[in-house]
Design a protein around this ligand. Structure first.
Ligand code: SF4
Length: 328
C-alpha cells in the first residue's frame, strides 16, 4: 500500500461551553484522541451523527484549526506554521468542499471569476493560462465554458456544487476534504455529483476525506470507513468488510438503517435514548445509555480501540472479531 498522504495522531480538541450568561463554563471534548491515516489515492469515509466530531476532525486535518494535543502530518511532514510560505504551499495542495454550495459562493461575482480566484491568489500562470484553466475545469466537472459567465443564483444546486468542486481543483490539489458535500442536494443529483467525484479521483489520483452522516453515499465512494461517536473513533476498517460485518453495536445500528442497494435490511436496529450530547459525555463507554448489548462494565470502563484482525479496529468490550468472522 502507498504511504499515507496525511496522518493524524491522537488529536484532541475541546471548547469551553457556558450554560446561560452566568453559568459555569464546561469543556466540550469535540475530538478526543483520534488517530487516522489515508493512503495516497484512497478515500476515507468518516461517518457519525451530528455532534460526533467529524467536521472538527476535518478542520484540524486541513489546518483550519489547531488541535489541543496530537500531531497532524501531511505527506510525511508536520503541518507548517500558518501564514508562512511553506504553509501556503501545503495549503494549495489541500482543499475543502462544504455542504452548502450557495453559501460557499459569492452571488455578486460570475462563477468563472470565482474558479480563477485560487489561481490569482497563488499567482499560478499568466492571465491567459488562468482563463484557459477555468474553461478546462468547467469541462472537467461536466459543465460548459459558458457557465463561467453565470452567477451562482442562476444555477441549480447540483451545478453550484460542480462550480465549488471546479474551484477546489483549480490549484491541482492532492487532497480534498468533502464535508457533507451532497447532503443539500436532491437524491438524484447526489448520485451524479458522487459519480463525478469518483471519476475525478481516479483521473487526478486525488486522496479524499469524505465526511457524511449518510452511509449510502459513504459506501459508494470510500475505501476505508471510520465511525465516530462523541469525539472518538469507535470502529474503523476497509469499507467492504465493515459494511458486510459491522462489529460495534453503533455501526450495526447505522448499517441496519442503510442496507446495500438491492438488498433488504436484515432488521433495523432502532437505538433508544437521546442522540449524543457532546457537553454531557457518559462515563465508561459513551454509547452505553443507547447500546442494546451494554453490560455492567460498560458504564464504568472506556473500551480501547483494538485491532480484531485484518484492518479492523473496534472500541467495544464485546468485540468478538475473529470468532464472528470465522463463523460468517
Ligand atoms: Fe455497547 Fe458496552 Fe460495547 Fe459500549 S462497550 S458498545 S456499551 S457493549
Amino acid at each position: 500500500m502507498s504511504p499515507p498522504l496525511f496522518d493524524v495522531s491522537t488529536i484532541s480538541r475541546s471548547y469551553a461551553m457556558r450554560s446561560g450568561m452566568f453559568g459555569r463554563a464546561t469543556a466540550v471534548h469535540a475530538v478526543d484522541g483520534v488517530s487516522l491515516a489515508i493512503a495516497k489515492g484512497q478515500t476515507l469515509g468518516l461517518v457519525g451523527e451530528s455532534g460526533s466530531g467529524k467536521s472538527t476532525t476535518g478542520r484540524i486535518v486541513l489546518g483550519l484549526e489547531p488541535p489541543d494535543r496530537g500531531e497532524v502530518r501531511f505527506d510525511g511532514k508536520p503541518m507548517a506554521v500558518p501564514e508562512t510560505a511553506a504553509w501556503r504551499a501545503q495549503r494549495a495542495r489541500m482543499q475543502i468542499i462544504f455542504q452548502d454550495p450557495l453559501g460557499a459562493l459569492d452571488r455578486r461575482l460570475p462563477v468563472g471569476a470565482q474558479i480563477r480566484e485560487p489561481l490569482d491568489i497563488h499567482g499560478i500562470g499568466t492571465p491567459a493560462d488562468r482563463e484557459e484553466r477555468v474553461r478546462d475545469l468547467l469541462r472537467a466537472v461536466e459543465l460548459t465554458p459558458a457557465h463561467g459567465a453565470r452567477y451562482a443564483g442562476a444555477l441549480s444546486g447540483g451545478q453550484r456544487q460542480r462550480i465549488v468542486l471546479a474551484r477546489a481543483l483549480a490549484t491541482k490539489p492532492d487532497f480534498l476534504v468533502c464535508d457533507e458535500p451532497v447532503s443539500a442536494l436532491d437524491v438524484s443529483i447526489q448520485a451524479q455529483v458522487v459519480n463525478l467525484l469518483c471519476d475525478l479521483q481516479a483521473q487526478l489520483s486525488l486522496t479524499l476525506l469524505f465526511i457524511s452522516h449518510d452511509l449510502r453515499v459513504v459506501r459508494q465512494i470510500s475505501t476505508t470507513v471510520a465511525v465516530m461517536y462523541l469525539g472518538r473513533i469507535v470502529e474503523i476498517g476497509s469499507a467492504d468488510d465493515l459494511f458486510a460485518r459491522p462489529e460495534h453495536p453503533y455501526t450495526q445500528a447505522l448499517v441496519s438503517a442503510s442496507p446495500a442497494p438491492g438488498r433488504r435490511s436484515a432488521g433495523r436496529i432502532v437505538l433508544s435514548g437521546d442522540p449524543p450530547n457532546p457537553a454531557a459525555r457518559p462515563q465508561g463507554c459513551a454509547f452505553h445509555p443507547r447500546c442494546p448489548r451494554a453490560i455492567a462494565r460498560c458504564a464504568s470502563e472506556v473500551p480501547a480501540l483494538s485491532a480484531i484482525g485484518g484492518e479492523r479496529q473496534v472500541a467495544c468490550h464485546l468485540a468478538t472479531g475473529a470468532q464472528t468472522r470465522n463463523a460468517a
